[in-house]
Design a protein around this ligand. Structure first.
Ligand SMILES: Nc1nc2c(c(=O)[nH]1)N[C@H]1C(S)=C(S)[C@@H](COP(=O)(O)OP(=O)(O)OC[C@H]3O[C@@H](n4cnc5c(=O)[nH]c(N)nc54)[C@H](O)[C@@H]3O)O[C@H]1N2
Ligand SMILES: Nc1nc2c(c(=O)[nH]1)N[C@H]1C(S)=C(S)[C@@H](COP(=O)(O)OP(=O)(O)OC[C@H]3O[C@@H](n4cnc5c(=O)[nH]c(N)nc54)[C@H](O)[C@@H]3O)O[C@H]1N2
Ligand SMILES: [Mo]
Length: 770
């Protein structure tokens, strides 16, 4: 047996290896709060759902892209050799490029891939395709797509949502109360992009509590704040946060608690916002009483909260989920306006910052040294769609959509190449995606497991996990850089994405540009050394590569001083202006107003979501479904592994239902239920609870989509993927972010004989081997 340190998005761990198997894992010695997710690693790596070798859909192998009667996902796959598969892909890419140009190749390939920064699947696909003339790409992200577009207009950059935000030492020492819109669920703190040597966020929350910081959790779900935080729970109807924030602003105005000196010196456009809040242009004051109707929170509680916010040092924060909703720009913009009215932006422990409760490492002290990374370079085609408009792109070639003041024209996509993401997990309205996915002539997917995306491809290539290759892991939200030496031989015929793309590049005449003469190990050393040079410029001495690789990790020392977001700007707004047109915080944005978008006007406004409890359609679908991040896996990763499998109820993803809602529907704990609306339906396993607001149900994202009939829109998902039900519409014309959280459903007890709910292996044609 040997023992080696390794690393994943859910943290670093020691792996125990016997032969070519990872048998067990143990926490990394420096991790303050190791994540239980590591316990799923052995079963995931050695799962029966691993793709064993390259595969081609039978109809595609026989008829190629002319195969119009294709039934992706329903037909058998034929195993082929690596050479056959790579020759086929190279031929097809060259063919599409020649006949239709690079704009017919969609290589956006959104997805988290794995924590290794060199074998980063999506980056490698981009690196490969950009050297082949480019591809249609995706910009922004599913996590905070609306904020990514909004914040640069309002505060001149994305720091407030991506980090660095005001750090925890500053909060622990200075904050009186922290208002958590969307809570701060411990489950979310298990994860960081690029992984974490140490999970520090839970510890910082605890330290803040011990230092006397008070917490208020505004959320429909009680468990969005663990009991350990002793937070006051203010249950709110999903989608109503903007109304609450406007009412808090209204209370501050009528109670004369507004910091006019701050507004005058650091902001523009407050007067227009104030008039709107007072109801001058529309006759509707956004008072606490007005918001009670919308939020379900009593007016006196709203007024008391406003006064509490104004009284001491207050940190206002919201989870990223709030902006993954219809008009998701509004709660963020409104919260910034509220923070400006309170006047504490740029003060220690005060102001605002998003995502403290969304991901591990937000606010963890970290020197601004760079992380090692692979580079994709620039897309020579220069065409990119907002990330979540992916099904629109495939369905509607030639259509134009507004996006952040510009117009995007959808090209005619013939070939889709996905590597490191799982759209049949992450995209909204999966029935619509099935329809869209049927359009392109060729779909190529690299994955490790038979996810629904791999299963619905024409050509499937098996990728190694990070544990089967050398790599390096790091995150800007963590102090550790971690060596990721290969632990075991590749499982089956799996190959590294890097090697696959190198061999494809070689067939297409771009190998030298792709590799720049380096193999994987060469890139790891190069990336580490570059990072070391940059660190030196900031007086941080990192060991040489050999030493780092031998020791397995390096810890970048924490900064000496606390970090306070916008402190420079506050100290001198002339010398340190924000990168906005005015150089100030834009409570009213002339730029956004000039776009003329009714769904995102020039200042924060209340715009009711199309789907929520007060919509007409609630008569038919009265339950608001939250599809949040899962506690037992990372998105769809590790679903077919220990922790996630153990959490299933009757073989389905658990759905949390308020006890009263269950009672009137005759649903008991452990029943299989059917969730449905006009877009689709899925099964799930009922879990009854009092910790969820009445009228709200919660079904975590990430259960592998397993329809009764693959490739057929409208088919029932047997396993519990919430994206069967979600809406595939942009947050607004500004951000065009995903709006998964604004969705209504109905639930009924499922009384038919249920088929198997979990993973389903695709059929493999048995008469062919490679
Ligand atoms: N309803 C609803 N939907 C949501 C959300 C929500 O809140 N509600 N959240 C959204 C958010 S915030 C996000 S970030 C997305 C996440 O969506 P994704 O990032 O697409 O989800 P993952 O499951 O992480 O998908 C990564 C895929 O890459 C594969 N993979 C991992 N490592 C490698 C590798 O080295 N090589 C290759 N080739 N493949 C690899 C995994 O097997 C997996 O299939 O989901 C979004 N979807
Ligand atoms: N364990 C685990 N952790 C993860 C991930 C994972 O897959 N697994 N994914 C990571 C990723 S990619 C991301 S982007 C982040 C996402 O981080 P978040 O977006 O913060 O995570 P969610 O779990 O989607 O949402 C947090 C909570 O917001 C609440 N909420 C939903 N709608 C509303 C609303 O309208 N109003 C209010 N007030 N609250 C609402 C829900 O109850 C939900 O539990 O999580 C990261 N952390
Ligand atoms: Mo995300």
């Amino acid at each position: 047996m040997s023992r080696k340190l390794s690393h994943a998005h859910w943290g670093s761990f020691d792996a125990e290896i016997i032969g070519d198997r990872i048998e067990a894992v143990a926490p990394f010695q420096h991790d303050r709060d190791p994540s239980a997710l590591m316990g799923s690693v052995p079963s995931a790596v050695h799962a029966a759902s691993r793709i064993s070798q390259p595969m081609v859909r039978e109809g595609y192998l026989l008829r190629g892209p002319a195969d119009t009667g294709r039934r992706r996902g329903a037909e058998p796959f034929v195993p082929v050799s690596w050479d056959e598969a790579l020759d086929l892909i190279a031929r097809r890419l060259a063919d599409v490029k020649e006949k239709h140009g690079n704009q017919a190749i969609f290589g956006g390939s959104y997805g988290w891939s794995s924590a290794g920064r060199i074998n980063h699947a999506r980056t490698l696909l981009h690196r490969f395709l950009y050297r082949f003339g480019g591809c249609v790409d995706q910009v922004t992200n599913y996590s905070w797509g609306a904020a990514a577009v909004l914040l640069p207009h309002i505060v001149g950059g994305i720091e407030a949502v991506a980090g660095p935000v005001t750090d925890w030492p500053s909060i622990v020492k200075n904050t009186d109360v922290m208002i958590l819109f969307g809570g701060a669920a411990e489950k979310n703190m298990l994860i960081t992009t690029g992984g974490a040597g140490s999970h520090e966020t839970p510890g910082w929350f605890r330290a803040a509590k011990e230092a006397g910081v008070e917490f208020v959790s505004v959320s429909p779900l009680k468990r969005d704040c663990g009991d350990w935080l002793n937070a006051e729970w203010l249950p709110i109807r999903p989608g109503a946060d903007t109304a609450l924030i406007l009412a808090l602003a209204h209370t501050l105005i009528v109670q004369d608690q507004v910091d006019h000196a701050f507004l005058g010196k650091y902001t523009v456009g407050y007067d227009r916002f104030r008039d709107y809040v007072l109801g001058i242009p529309d006759g509707t004051p956004k008072s606490a009483a007005w918001a009670t109707e919308l939020t379900g929170i009593e007016a006196d509680k709203i007024a008391a909260l406003a006064l509490r916010i104004a009284k001491g040092r207050t940190m206002l924060t919201a989870t990223w989920s709030l902006q993954r909703a219809d008009h998701g720009e509004q709660p963020y913009w409104a919260l910034i306006a509220l923070a400006a009215m309170v006047g504490q932006i740029g003060l220690p422990g005060g102001g605002f910052g998003f995502g403290y409760g969304s991901i591990n490492g937000m606010g963890t002290p970290r020197r601004p040294t760079s992380s090692p990374a692979m580079e994709s370079g620039k897309n020579p085609l220069g065409i990119a769609i907002p990330v979540a408009r992916m099904a629109d792109l495939l369905l509607q070639p030639g259509r134009t959509i507004p996006f952040n003041g510009k117009t995007i024209v959808f090209p005619d996509v013939r070939l889709v190449y996905w590597c490191g993401g799982n759209p049949f997990h992450h995209h909204q309205d999966l029935n619509r995606l099935v329809e869209a996915w049927n359009r392109p002539e060729t779909i190529i997917v690299h994955d490790i497991w038979w996810t629904a995306t791999a299963r619905q491809a024409d050509i499937v290539l098996p990728a190694t996990t990070t544990f089967e290759r050398d790599d390096i892991g790091a995150s800007p939200r963590d102090r550790f850089i971690v060596a990721m030496p290969q632990l075991i031989a590749p499982v089956g015929a799996a190959r590294n994405d890097y090697d696959i793309f190198r061999d494809l590049s070689s067939r297409l005449g771009t190998e030298e540009q792709f590799t720049e003469g380096r193999d994987i190990r060469g890139w790891i050393e190069y990336a580490y050394e570059r990072c070391r040079t940059k660190a030196r410029a900031q007086s941080v001495d990192l060991p040489v590569f050999e030493e780092f690789w031998r020791d397995g990790f390096v810890e970048v020392p924490p900064p000496i001083e606390d970090f306070v977001l916008y402190a420079d700007f506050r100290s001198d707004p002339i010398a340190h202006p924000l990168q906005t047109p005015s150089g100030l915080i834009e409570i009213f944005s002339e730029t956004i107003a000039s776009f003329g978008y009714a769904n995102c006007p020039g200042h924060p406004v209340w715009l009711p979501p199309k789907e929520w409890h007060a919509a007409k359609i609630a008569e038919r679908f009265p339950l608001h479904m939250i599809s949040n991040q899962p506690s037992t896996r990372l998105h769809s990763q590790l679903d077919d592994a220990k922790l996630s499998k153990e959490s299933k109820v009757a073989g389905r993803e658990p759905v949390l239902i308020n006890r009263n809602d269950a009672l009137v529907r005759g649903v008991s704990d452990g029943d299989i239920v059917r969730l449905f609306n006009d877009r689709g339906a899925c099964l799930a396993g009922a879990v009854l609870s009092d910790d969820i607001l009445e009228g709200v149900v919660q079904l975590a994202s990430g259960a592998w989509y397993h329809p009764q009939d693959y490739g057929t829109p409208g088919s029932l998902d047997l396993h519990g993927n919430p994206n069967m039900l979600t809406r595939d519409e942009g947050t607004s014309f500004l951000g065009q972010g995903p709006s998964a959280q604004s969705v209504l459903v109905e639930i009924e007890k499922f009384t038919e004989t249920a088929e198997e709910g979990g993973f389903a292996m695709p059929d493999l044609a048995s008469d062919q081997t490679c």
